[in-house]
Design a protein around this ligand. Sequence first.
Ligand SMILES: [Fe+2]
Ligand SMILES: [Fe+2]
Length: 249
Amino acid sequence: MSKQNSYKDLPVPEFVRIREHLKGKLHPMRYEHTLGVSYTCIALAMRYGYDLQKAEMAGLLHDCAKRYDEAAIIKKCRSKGIELTENELNAPATIHAKLGAWMAEHKYGIDDPEILQAIACHTTGKPAMGLLDKILYIADYIEPRRDRAPRLPEIRKLAFEDLDEALYQIMKGILGYLEESGAYIDDMTRVAFEYCDAERMRRMEEAVTQMGSLADLKEEISQNDTGKQNGKNRRKSTGRQKRRRYQNH
Ligand SMILES: [Fe+2]
Ligand SMILES: [Fe+2]
């Protein structure tokens, strides 16, 4: 069998079917964004040791509800029994995340709770985000087709160096932008940022404590070394004194 035909009898994997389905349902630019997020999720999963297939699936399906406009999304949520808070209704752009998680489960057959949770919180974030939540949230912001967000080159680099710091910088930037533009800010967006900010402070305090312990350890080693050196010097000088005594004999 030639190499070219070797794929002919292989079953089509689920992610390929889903990708094809999304291609037919989403606007071409939304589909491009979806692919960008999916591949960026894979890259971040490689960097931070997360399951690649799960990361890819979260990226693929995160905006699946975006095939509908905001009014239709709200209507669908109501008809499916998905609860919406007053807050969410005031920030309707965030709601496709909730419907998206519902569609991923009921239309695309995803039952992995981590994937469903990551899709559900990808617009606002939430306190105590898991690794996949962070990967998807960040990938959505830095994927290659994005070009309007501020400090993109810096944040893209940071995402592969320090995931938590990248999350903090993105959340801070989004909140600042929403405040400046006078847009309604969903409660969860604020709560998620406050949690992320407090966690960052905790990490910094931990680093300072570690630096303090390192300085103490360095001081102890240096004192030990000085002690050993003095001991050696004492032994050398005693040796010299002994030799001198023998020479005097
Ligand atoms: Fe989205
Ligand atoms: Fe997105």
